[in-house]
Ligand binder design. Structure first.
Ligand code: GLN
Length: 565
């Protein structure tokens, strides 16, 4: 890959006329890394100079995951066009190094929403609306439309859940039909399963894989490839056994053993021959993969010069670290750039409220307060911002993390703890953070925040301008509140610079402290735009300051930051 996000390799990309599809299903249990497998396949295909698009089908009835608790479903990932999507889209963007749109995530709820809207409108002319063909037709048309503007050569579609679930049957049926419609040779089914180690002999067991392939076959889908997650590489005997029962070639049974980092997976699958099998099976010819930059990135990740650097993430969803998935990955990417291995210290913001902050925060190289909603644990987050400001610990505030930094600062200046956000106390006498009317007085909670990429102008001479190396940027948002402009003078007069503003000057997008090594808060979510090969500038600057904080020296960068488009 080159820095501009195009496939490297120094040869012209080959673009077949017929679009190919790779469908990724899962068996045995959920959470076995189907998303990482799909994302890795995306990287392997793109590394061959082909254009790739990638999509996730989610079986739940929510129209999108925007209204779901992060503790239920993990992080809500936001695309540039403002869709609130499944966290797997974050993996796709990080691995494939493409910015996706809302078209790359489709839930059962969104499918039914569309079919029922059309039925109410009378589009079906009195017909009886059924799962087959109306629901399956809608699914197929959405899959066919993915990445249309970019004219992808290969579209990868991951089906959420596990084969055998009631919920994903319409999706699987749609994929089965689509294979017939676009030509059997243009579709590859990849089934990801778990091969557990069980029993007194601690053997790897293939039976669950056999059963899940049988389940898939019972709905008319024969997999072409079986990717087996296990703690160790499968022996040739086990490979042959799975091949026999799944009725695939032995070279199509791919071992995907435990590795130190998810970013190794494309290299592991490539080495196991999956890339060559895919291109051969889909008739794409022999294309040499260009994975040198990816390998170098993985090497830097696995072999840092500063072994460990503790970064605190202060939040209320820490019982499910997936709730902050992109934040952790963005820290890791900046770690690659500075050759350090960041270790996350998870700090429960509610617990912080009853403790001396030193107990929970002493010794960390930097503090991140990520995004969030609702009053629970908010005072703990404000305490974390206070600690970072007064102890001169590097601080990065993301969305809510910026808002608490502003609240903490105003409290200090005015000498009162009454200052807060209207979100937490509608009657506060000092609403330093208040609603954006157009996103606050809304009847429907779903999809009604300020969402997606918005332009922001950076003020010369600020930290933000230095790390971005640009006067104007675009970043992804997801919020209803903003800095109350009546407090701008209080902030500025006491040393908080408003370093990023919306182009019309009306919205404060970035703040930073003047007399502090690194104290930056942003109203947007930079974590969504960070890639392993392109660390995000704000995480890059934050980690540079974190290394300096513990080591008393400026680190030498391995790579420079760049924002993904
Ligand atoms: N709850 C805050 C708002 O709506 C912050 C949102 C966030 O952190 N994503 O503005």
């Amino acid at each position: 890959m080159t820095r501009d996000g195009t496939a490297g390799g120094g040869r012209a990309a080959r673009h077949p006329s017929q679009r190919r599809y790779i469908f990724v299903t899962g068996g045995v249990v959920s959470a076995i890394g189907k998303g990482v497998t799909a994302a890795s396949i995306g990287r392997m295909v793109k590394s061959r100079g082909l254009r790739v698009s990638i999509m996730k089908l989610d079986p739940y009835i929510n129209v999108d995951p925007g209204t779901m608790s992060p503790l239920e479903h993990g992080e809500v990932f936001v695309t540039v066009d403002g869709a609130e999507t499944d966290q797997d889209l974050g993996h796709y963007e990080r691995f494939v190094d493409e910015s996706l749109t809302g078209a790359s995530n489709l839930t059962t709820g969104a499918v039914y929403d569309r079919v029922i809207t059309r039925e109410r409108r009378g589009d079906f002319l009195g017909g009886t609306i059924q799962v087959i063909p109306h629901v399956t037709d809608e699914i197929k048309s959405r899959i066919r439309a993915v990445g249309d503007g970019d004219d992808p050569d290969v579209v990868i579609v991951e089906v959420g859940g596990t084969v055998g679930d009631i919920e994903n049957i319409p999706f699987l049926e749609a994929l089965r039909q689509l294979r017939r419609e676009v030509g059997m040779r243009n579709v590859l089914f990849v089934h990801v399963t778990l091969v557990p180690r069980l029993g007194s002999t601690l053997e790897l067991k293939t039976k669950p894989t056999q059963h899940s392939v049988r389940e898939l076959r019972s709905i008319g889908i024969q997999p072409d490839v079986v990717v087996c997650r296990s703690d160790d590489r499968l022996t040739p005997e086990l490979v042959d056994k799975i091949a026999l029962f799944a009725d695939v070639e032995s070279r199509a049974v791919i071992s995907n053993p435990e590795v130190a980092s998810i970013y190794e997976v494309p290299l592991v699958l490539e080495e196991a021959g999956l890339g060559a099998f895919i291109t051969e099976h889909l008739g794409l010819g022999e294309l040499t993969p260009e994975l040198d930059e990816w390998s170098a990135t993985v090497d830097a990740l696995l072999d840092p010069t500063v072994p460990e650097l503790e970064i605190a993430i202060v939040g209320k969803y820490i019982s499910l670290p997936d709730a902050y998935l992109s934040v952790v990955e963005a820290v890791r990417h900046a770690g690659i750039a500075w050759k350090v291995r960041p270790v996350i210290r998870w700090v429960d913001s509610e617990e912080l409220e009853d403790r001396d902050p030193h107990d929970l925060l002493a010794g960390v190289a930097g503090i991140i307060v990520p995004g969030g909603f609702g009053p629970r644990g908010i005072e703990g987050k404000i305490m974390a911002a206070h600690y970072a400001r007064t102890q001169k610990v590097p601080y990065l505030g993301l969305c809510l993390g910026m808002q608490v930094a502003v609240i903490e600062f105003v409290r200090q200046v005015l000498g009162t703890d009454d200052c807060t956000s209207i979100e937490f106390n509608p009657d506060t006498p000092h609403p330093a953070i208040h609603p954006m009317p157009e996103y606050y007085h809304v009847a429907n909670k779903g999809g009604s925040m300020r969402l997606g990429a918005w332009r922001c102008d950076l003020v010369a001479g600020t930290q933000a301008r230095r790390v971005y190396g640009a006067a104007s940027i675009e970043e992804r948002h997801r919020h209803r509140m903003e800095v109350n402009n009546n407090y701008r003078d209080i902030l500025r007069s006491q040393g908080m610079t408003l370093s990023g503003l919306s182009p019309d000057g009306a919205l404060v997008e970035i703040v930073e402290l003047d007399h502090h090594p690194w104290f930056v808060g942003c109203q947007f979510h930079p974590e969504f735009a960070s890639r392993p090969t392109r660390p995000h500038p704000l995480f890059w600057g934050f980690l540079e300051a974190a290394v300096r904080h513990v080591e008393g020296r400026s680190p030498v960068p391995e790579s420079v930051p760049e924002v993904a488009g």
